[in-house]
Design a protein around this ligand. Sequence first.
Ligand code: HEC
Ligand code: HEC
Ligand code: HEC
Ligand code: HEC
Ligand code: HEC
Length: 477
Amino acid sequence: MTPLGRFKRNWLQPLIFLGNNPISLIGAGLTTASALVLIGFWVVDAFGHGGPSNPYIGIIIDLCLPGLFVFGLLLVPIGVWFRRRRLRAVGQLPSVYPRIDLSDPVFRHAVDFVVIATFINFVIVGTASYRGVAYMDTSNFCGQACHVMAPEWAAYAVSSHAHVACTECHIASGIPGFIHAKVNGTKQLFQVMFDTYPRPIMAENKVPAARTTCLNCHNPEKYIGDRLLIKTSYGDDEKNSVTHSLVLLHIGGHDQFGHLSGIHGAHLSRIEYIATDANNQTIPWSARMNDDGSITEYLSSDAQGRPIRGEKHRMDCLDCHNRAAHSFDTPEDALNKAMAKGVPDARLPFVHKESLTLIKASYASQAEAASKITTGLEDFYRSQYPAVWSQQRAQIDQAAQILVSIYGKNVFPFMKVTWGTHPDNIGHNAYPGCFRCHDGNHNAKDGKSITNDCSVCHNLLAVDEANPKQLADLGFQ
Ligand code: HEC
Ligand code: HEC
Ligand code: HEC
Ligand code: HEC
Ligand code: HEC
């Protein structure tokens, strides 16, 4: 007898005979169905736009479907084992197993059963996976299903990208990005399950390069020119004195004559840097690629001439707009913006000073903050300004509500996210930002340094002035 014949007689025929039982047949159906769905996903991945792009899809494709596949596979021998035991107990175990014969009605019946079970399982497994995937692709899932994302969700929901899906920026387009995201998503799931995720969660260069995300929507060549930035601030005096700063930012870009100008133009794909920390806050080395192909290197004097080792990054949108979707405020900015909108009411004496102290204090939880901020503000007016307390209760209550909401959107004690945890690289006042390089301390060999000249980046039309004439000229007052 040929080896194939022997294999058929010793293994295949007994297996098919004994496998003809409900448990094994359902197992076979499950296995083939999950295999079909898996193959379907892989085909979509390979030919689609990087496939479905949510990291948690990893959970379905990498865990659930293979799990079901293995489970079905295990059911087959289990069913075989039971049937064999039962037949042996009643003495009906055949010494010679029947040949595989398609004309045998019992055998045909089993095949029909597997085909039908596969079909039904396919519909069930497929629908469930599809719905799971569709749900997991939504920003609601990424941002809200998992409470560890609460800080990022809060900042995202009020950003100009509130309607851009998380996956658009967090998963590079293309298959490598998709695979990377799947591996990461599964890893993060385990971190959440075993409570080993970091607190706070920092970006640490894990966001894909702008060219694979931001540039799908933004044209880097766009000429923006100058933009006026108006900042309104309130003082710590009794009257909460208002001042304004007017800054004309030279954003520039690629103008119609092909010239690169301004802030955007200066960096577009021509600046490299090395950072010595995971969040790119300390940058001892930077270089500019000149039009003639030469390179000008700038070394921070803090590095004291020591060679800098580390990965070179080509500067892109993310190096300045790192908080495009999760812009946490500083307490000062948050309060100034709220007061400029009318609540806290600037007519409440010392409301700026008191509010700032209250939102900057540390609390064990958001709930504790909510109650202590409210009672803190109430106590202040009740004890210091009884007249205000009795006549302007409504304004005080509204102020307290807004302060609680400001705190709630920016400070998350359970994730160890507090004021300043996530530095914003635009500007230079609250965080190092531009001054990571433009501190006047990064020098080239010829002695020139990366510019620190205030007027190169902006015209300071007015800085903290009570009544800047330009505001009136613009028709704001
Ligand atoms: C417009 C692009 C964009 C969108 C949309 C976006 N993110 Fe981000 N996200 C970023 C960038 C850029 C960073 C890196 C921040 C940094 O380096 O400081 C980041 C960082 C993060 C971090 C790391 C922690 C931190 O705050 O730095 C988490 C977590 C995160 N995002 C979750 C989300 C979730 C959840 C959503 C959807 C609800 C989302 N992101 C939507 C661009 C985006
Ligand atoms: C899916 C499309 C999309 C992606 C991806 C995207 N953006 Fe945007 N972005 C927009 C739209 C639309 C607006 C305008 C929103 C508005 O005007 O309210 C915008 C506005 C902006 C603004 C100006 C408003 C502001 O908040 O300062 C900046 C800066 C910006 N995006 C940077 C980025 C960066 C950096 C990335 C990559 C991390 C990115 N965008 C990814 C669509 C996108
Ligand atoms: C060197 C830092 C830097 C880099 C790199 C950079 N930007 Fe900007 N960008 C700025 C500054 C500064 C502003 C104006 C201030 C602000 O938005 O708060 C700005 C403004 C913008 C705006 C808002 C313009 C408006 O109409 O108000 C958009 C959109 C934008 N940038 C997109 C991008 C994109 C896309 C990239 C990557 C190709 C990029 N930026 C790279 C610094 C940078
Ligand atoms: C990683 C380092 C780095 C960071 C961060 C950085 N720059 Fe630059 N920038 C450079 C280098 C290097 C040059 C080229 C040196 C030069 O021309 O003086 C440059 C040039 C410029 C120029 C052109 C200067 C000129 O003389 O024409 C402007 C404007 C500018 N940067 C604005 C900004 C702004 C605004 C920010 C923050 C939003 C910023 N830069 C952040 C490295 C950086
Ligand atoms: C490398 C570019 C650069 C240089 C040099 C620079 N600034 Fe700025 N500055 C910025 C940017 C960008 C912003 C806008 C930040 C934002 O969008 O919130 C800004 C904003 C400001 C503001 C507005 C108020 C605020 O709170 O943001 C003031 C005031 C200011 N700069 C003062 C100065 C002074 C004074 C100097 C010179 C010592 C200087 N800057 C040098 C880039 C620069």
